[in-house]
Unconditional design. Structure first.
Length: 457
């Protein structure tokens, strides 16, 4: 059969309500034109993030009821530890309340001011945690990854020549570790090939630099490797994931993505010195090492979810839903990052709104237009999230101006996707009228979460 169906039945629903356009306009104005500041009940199609917003399975709900809330050494911790170790093989496994906590501990314990951390592309919290302790976060994604319209299989790959140049330029002593983010969220949810991971590891091994994997979407990346990379078509996703982690010295993860959970994460490594440092910092920040800021029921849910994310039929369905929307966009000549990502579709806001210059934030213009027109909440990945100031304090735009529509796992059906297409069609008709925006208030770090905007006349 050619029709791909959901590999599950729906046995519980949650009401959503499409509020009138006038109410959406008023709500957006009161939120200072920042969709992060909207009430969720006013966002019937909420594609702000796929982090912690998915639907849990019957097995996960059942596991939740088995939660052992003992402070130390609970049965739930043992299940969590076993699941993570089965997939990753790491010796030291430390739960955290979410991924950014793992990033914060990694930064606190392993980074000194003046260090340089290369990555294919750092996402927002990773970059902020590293910069907060005085490091420079460098993005070394391959050239294909900076061409939104190019259809290539592994646009998340790290550029090996750039990595070697980075090490030679800054010196091994200033690079405590290198990261690879799977999949590359910043660049459109694009995967990294196993060959590229091996090549990165080989370069790092020459210089004695550890490799850390940001593993938020490890299962989706494993699926892409199985589908696109020679030699992996007959392997299970678990086998592919195990090989990915075999090249790493440590990993951070938000289990709110491919852990299919609503909260949680972990930090893991092989090195005993790193493990001891992580454990001491964890006790200070998160809790005892066998719960790490999580309830026992959360540990149970993650242990089940990590394995469910590696089910091949689930990943086929997951990718098919996003591919469906991508085909609809392509029929309408809507510019987006090709091929579609593993967890989201990324609209090229620079091409969609060519009349808005980058520092007038076309991504914000498009995000707000989607909300006002149809109650769809997306997120800007452009010069608001990733813009930087130079040494003279002049703001420089990001290299890409994207709007991410991130799809919660096992939440929306085909009719929701068809509705999104209808809204896009309507936005297309009046896109010349969409204004640029200016920032009127912003914090020092992660400004996109809380800054205020106003439309430009």
């Amino acid at each position: 059969m050619r029709t791909i169906i959901e590999p599950f039945r729906i046995k519980m629903t949650e009401e959503i309500r499409l509020v009138p356009r006038e109410q959406r306009e008023k709500a957006l104005q009161e939120a200072h034109y920042n969709v992060f500041l909207l009430d969720a009940e006013l966002c019937p199609i909420d594609l702000l993030t796929d982090s912690g917003t998915g639907a849990m399975s019957a097995k996960q709900w059942a596991a939740l009821m088995l939660g052992d809330e003992s402070y130390a050494g609970s049965k739930s911790w043992k299940k969590f530890e076993n699941a993570v170790r089965t997939i990753t093989g790491f010796k030291h496994i430390l739960p955290t309340h979410q991924g950014r906590a793992a990033e914060g501990i990694l930064a606190q314990t392993q980074i000194r001011e003046g260090d340089v951390i290369p990555n294919n592309s750092h996402f927002d919290t990773t970059r902020a945690n590293f910069e907060f302790v005085g490091a420079t976060a460098l993005d070394l994604v391959c050239d294909e990854g900076m061409q939104p319209g190019l259809d290539a299989p592994f646009k998340g790959n790290m550029d090996i020549d750039k990595l070697r140049t980075c090490i030679e330029t800054h010196g091994r002593e200033r690079i405590p570790f290198c990261m690879i983010t799977v999949t590359n969220n910043t660049g459109g949810g694009q995967p990294i090939s196993m060959q590229n991971i091996r090549e990165v590891k080989a370069v790092l091994k020459e210089y004695g630099i550890p490799l850390v994997i940001d593993a938020c979407r490890f299962a989706e990346n494993a699926y892409f490797i199985r589908e696109r990379e020679h030699g992996y078509g007959d392997k299970s996703l678990l086998e592919i994931a195990q090989e990915m982690f075999s090249y790493a010295d440590a990993a951070t993860m938000s289990a709110k993505k491919d852990g299919l959970a609503n909260i949680g994460g972990f930090l893991a490594c092989h090195d005993d010195g790193w493990g001891e440092a992580f454990r001491n910092a964890l006790i200070m920040r998160e809790g005892f090492p066998t719960y790490g800021g999580l309830a026992g029921r959360d540990l149970e849910v993650i242990a089940v979810g990590l394995m469910e994310a590696l089910e091949y039929d689930y990943q086929v369905y997951r990718h098919a839903t996003i591919t469906y929307l991508g085909k609809k966009f392509e029929e309408r000549n809507i510019p987006f990052v090709k091929p579609v990502g593993g967890h989201a579709l990324f609209i090229d806001a620079k091409e969609f709104l060519p009349h808005i210059p980058p520092l007038h934030y076309p991504g914000i213009g498009l995000v707000n237009a989607l909300y006002v027109d149809g109650g769809i909440r997306g997120v800007e990945l452009g010069s608001v999230m990733f813009g930087k100031k130079d040494d003279q304090g002049v703001e420089k735009p990001a290299r890409l101006e994207l709007v991410r529509l991130a799809f919660p796992r096992r939440v929306y059906t085909q009719s929701h996707f068809d509705y999104i297409v209808e809204v896009i069609d309507d936005v297309l008709l009046h896109r010349d009228q969409i204004p640029g925006y200016r920032i009127t208030r912003q914090p020092q770090y992660l400004r996109h979460f809380t800054c205020h905007f106003e439309p430009m006349k």
